[in-house]
Design a protein around this ligand. Structure first.
Ligand code: IPE
Ligand code: IPE
Ligand code: MG
Length: 230
């Protein structure tokens, strides 16, 4: 199962508690650790987390710098834990606008965790789904007529990842009901779940409930349900 999560609400969570937005992002990073730990036992094979969108550069420089620092800390701190837990870590998105130290941390994490088979963890950083689709399209030769599967593979590879199946379940925390340029192609038939919980409140128990909800949904992919199909 491929789960995508738009981890939204760090700032509002912190503000409500009278804390800084930065403290919210730190709490958010701590929750990433717990969710990553819980995911494999819940049947999740691929987990794509939206950490920083290409549009998030529009935020104040101080907040962006704080987030970049947290990403570096997270990657450096988590790489060994990922190796121990069989987690293969990839970062998808652009690489040319982030600092060299973060680039190195990404490459190290990628190299060290490459053998992990329990969970394929993809962190979307400086990520835009529409830009990813354009980059993949640029890789096509003019006479190419790609299949959907071939284009899906290209999409992952053009964004520094490796091929993944389509998204089965897409969760957005933080109460907003929008996709904000996340996995537009890959989520064509994803089940959507919007929760009012802020990301730092979305723990393993909430994830378990989300998976239980997902398992009650009937997915038809345009066909008729089996009972009616005769
Ligand atoms: C999500 O939380 C994290 C990032 C976008 C980096 P926000 O920072 O968007 O939190 P809110 O939406 O302002 O509460
Ligand atoms: C989406 O959240 C991006 C991430 C969670 C990384 P935003 O907070 O940036 O999205 P909008 O601006 O509310 O659409
Ligand atoms: Mg937000």
């Amino acid at each position: 199962m491929h789960l995508g999560i738009i981890m939204d609400g760090n700032g509002r969570w912190a503000t409500r508690l009278g804390r800084s937005r930065g403290a919210g992002h730190r709490a958010g990073a701590a929750m990433v650790r717990r969710i990553v730990e819980a995911a494999p036992d819940l049947g999740i094979g691929v987990l794509t987390l939206f950490a920083f969108s290409a549009d998030n550069w529009r935020r104040p420089a101080a907040e962006v710098a704080w987030l970049m620092r947290l990403f570096r800390e997270y990657l450096r701190g988590e790489t060994e834990r990922c190796v121990a837990n069989g987690v293969r870590l990839e970062v998808i998105g652009r690489r040319d606008r982030i600092g060299p130290a973060l680039q190195r941390a990404i490459e190290t994490a990628y190299r060290k965790t490459a053998a992990g088979t329990r969970l394929h963890l993809r962190i979307a950083l400086d990520y835009s789904s529409r830009d990813a689709i354009l980059r993949a399209a640029q890789c096509l030769s003019p006479e190419a007529a790609p299949t959907r599967d071939a284009f899906s593979r290209l999409l992952a590879i053009a964004d520094h990842g490796t091929p993944v199946p389509d998204v089965d379940l897409l969760i957005r925390t933080g109460g907003e009901r929008r996709l904000s340029d996340f996995l537009l192609w890959e989520a064509a038939y994803a089940e959507l779940l919007f929760t009012p919980l802020m990301w730092p409140e979305f723990g393993p128990e909430a994830l378990r409930e989300a998976i239980a909800d997902f398992s009650t949904r009937q997915r038809r992919f345009g066909a008729l349900p089996e009972a009616a199909a005769g």
